[in-house]
Ligand binder design. Structure first.
Ligand SMILES: [Zn+2]
Length: 361
């Protein structure tokens, strides 16, 4: 630091900021009974009720204390290996049936009879329902991982699967189709919609089959949700999804698809925004009425690419959207005819240049 000094003045000493003491645990705070004020206190932990009680007068000083003692007694310390045997198992998993309070005998460690016990326990105690659920969850997890979906989508899909499985409505239906339907619906509920075609490619279940299962699944869920209509939100995989944002039986929104496909085509955010705006506008003008959301999105991307000077050919768009290039060109022709209405001031203000649009063939 440079200081300007007048003659005879002494430089001001640098004042060091006071060093704050490092944080320390305050060991002077101790729990004593506020009635007897005995020091040292006589505290008794009652594990059965989870209370901390004063041994002198019986006043409860702490409720719901966490029991940190061992969950079982160990008699031999030599055959444990390195694991800590004082804790057992996981918390209850709401995705499985029951509270999972059954006894499991570990394979391996222990005395000579433990393997026999393990086998006998396994034979008598197979929970078939849970095994099937676990198998399905594994499949759902693998599918969602292929798409790099967030855990909330995975959890939603699992919850949907469990609800559907419990309803017994889908007995005899193909397991793959039900899983595909759950993943499809979970994506839609979490606002990351995928098309039937994409689900079909991932699961190898036919589009027709997915569609049929999906309709059944949605009918079942809508019926159930009508019961709790008074509530404003539902819990989906730990995330509160407002019911009004869930677009019931509506179809995929072309705007949502535009954003994702533009990113897959390496178009920048500006072009993606224009494509989304075009999709919203064609929806209100009705220029592409009756077209599927996929072909609407594809045509909007085609137009947005040319408007923003990042043209993509119909073939390139076909590769990501899975719509044939002739369909894209036909939809584009319809948009071209309405281009005065579709290309709004807002789109022009974002740098769109209608001169760059090619004439439809
Ligand atoms: Zn006391």
């Amino acid at each position: 630091m440079v200081q300007a000094l007048s003659p005879g003045e002494l430089p001001e000493e640098h004042r060091q900021p006071e060093k704050s003491d490092e944080w320390q645990q305050n060991l002077n705070v101790r729990l004593i009974c506020r009635e007897c004020r005995d020091d040292p206190p006589w505290l008794v932990e009652d594990h059965a009720s989870g209370d901390m009680v004063c041994g002198e007068c019986g006043l409860v000083l702490q409720e719901r204390s966490i029991d940190q003692s061992s969950e079982w007694r160990t008699f031999s310390n030599d055959d444990q290996g390195n694991d800590d045997p004082s804790r057992v198992g996981d918390g209850p998993n709401s995705l499985l049936n029951g509270a999972q309070l059954n006894t499991n005998i570990a394979f391996g460690d222990g005395g000579m009879r433990s393997n026999d016990l393990y086998r006998a326990n396994n034979k008598s105690n197979v929970d078939k329902g849970n095994k099937q659920l676990l198998q399905a969850y594994k499949q759902i997890g693998a599918l969602c991982e292929g798409w790099q979906l967030t855990p909330s989508v995975v959890d939603t899909a699992k919850h949907l699967y469990k609800d559907a499985d419990e309803s017994r409505l889908f007995k005899g239906k193909s397991q793959e189709a039900l899983i595909a339907g759950c993943v499809f619906l979970a994506c839609r509920r979490n606002n990351v919609p995928r098309s039937f075609r994409e689900v079909m490619e991932l699961t190898k279940v036919s589009k027709k089959e997915i569609g049929r299962t999906f309709k059944l699944l949605e009918n079942f869920l809508m019926k159930r949700e009508k019961v709790r209509e008074g509530q404003t939100s539902m819990l989906a995989g730990g995330v509160v999804v407002a019911l009004d944002t869930y677009k019931g039986s509506g179809t995929a929104d072309p705007g949502d698809l535009c954003a994702r496909y533009c990113s897959m085509l390496d178009m920048d955010q500006k072009a993606a925004n224009v494509a989304t705006l075009l999709a919203a506008k064609t929806n209100t003008t009705g220029s592409l009425a009756g077209r599927s959301p996929l072909s609407t999105a594809a045509a909007c991307i085609f137009m947005a690419g040319h408007l923003m000077g990042q043209p993509k050919t119909a073939k390139e768009i076909q590769a990501v959207a899975g719509v044939s290039d002739s369909t894209i060109r036909h939809a584009y022709k319809l948009m071209w005819n309405d281009k005065e209405k579709i290309i709004t001031e807002e789109i022009l203000s974002r740098g769109a240049d209608p001169v760059k649009l090619p004439r439809p063939s």
